[in-house]
Ligand binder design. Structure first.
Ligand code: URA
Length: 204
């Protein structure tokens, strides 16, 4: 049987180490393993989320939990083939607070974002996407290096320090958590429109 390897994880230089051996912040003690980006080299689109959740932490792959399932559904609906997208996160280790015995996701702080930015920048260099789509404010901050509200970001032409255009949109988790159906539908339309813009900008 012939194996077609479509997805490659990025390579990191020996000198810098790798997310797997990284001790630049304390998150390595909380997570089971580092979760790096996945997708084809030369992918026209790079999607950046916040950090792996509990399912991603166990599996060692990004976006395999409920928000990943929704993300793939939204990509498909917007006409984006998820297999041609490189998916990663601003932070590579899962951080959590215990609620009873449940590990509840904890939003990474500034120190963790800064410590992990090296790995995100390496992924950007290697994949060199035509367009970056950030999911949520943490991802947007990690990519741009400055905090910007999504509402404001959606009205501006943005670029990463590498010169790659950035489309800012909401995290699928916001849609999952939206309490009212009306809000869910509005968020869904917005995310779909943003994926469509990213697709056109990438010229695919
Ligand atoms: N949420 C994210 O931002 N990234 C994942 O990989 C999973 C959930």
């Amino acid at each position: 049987m012939q194996l077609h390897i479509l997805h490659t994880a990025p390579e990191f230089s020996r000198d810098e180490g790798s997310p797997a051996t990284c001790r630049r912040c304390i998150l390595w003690r909380e997570g089971t393993q580092a979760v790096v980006g996945e997708g084809p080299r030369g992918a026209p689109l790079m999607l950046v989320g916040e950090a792996p959740g509990t399912e991603e932490d166990r599996a060692g792959h990004p976006f395999v939990g409920p928000s990943g399932v929704l993300l793939r559904e939204l990509l498909g609906e917007a006409g984006v083939d998820p297999a041609r997208v490189f998916m990663t996160n601003a932070v590579k280790h899962f951080g959590y607070q215990l609620r009873g015995r449940r590990r509840m996701h904890r939003t990474p702080g500034q120190r963790e974002l800064q410590a992990c930015n090296l790995w995100l920048r390496r992924e950007l260099e290697q994949i060199a996407p035509r367009v970056i789509v950030t999911l949520g404010t943490t991802a947007l901050k990690a990519v741009l290096g400055e905090r910007l509200a999504i509402v404001a970001a959606r009205e501006r032409s943005l670029a990463a320090p590498e010169g790659i255009p950035v489309i800012a949109t909401y995290h699928p988790l916001a849609l999952l958590r939206a309490p009212a159906q009306e809000e869910k539908s509005a968020l869904r339309r917005t995310i779909l429109a943003d994926f469509g813009r990213a697709l056109r900008l990438a010229g695919t």
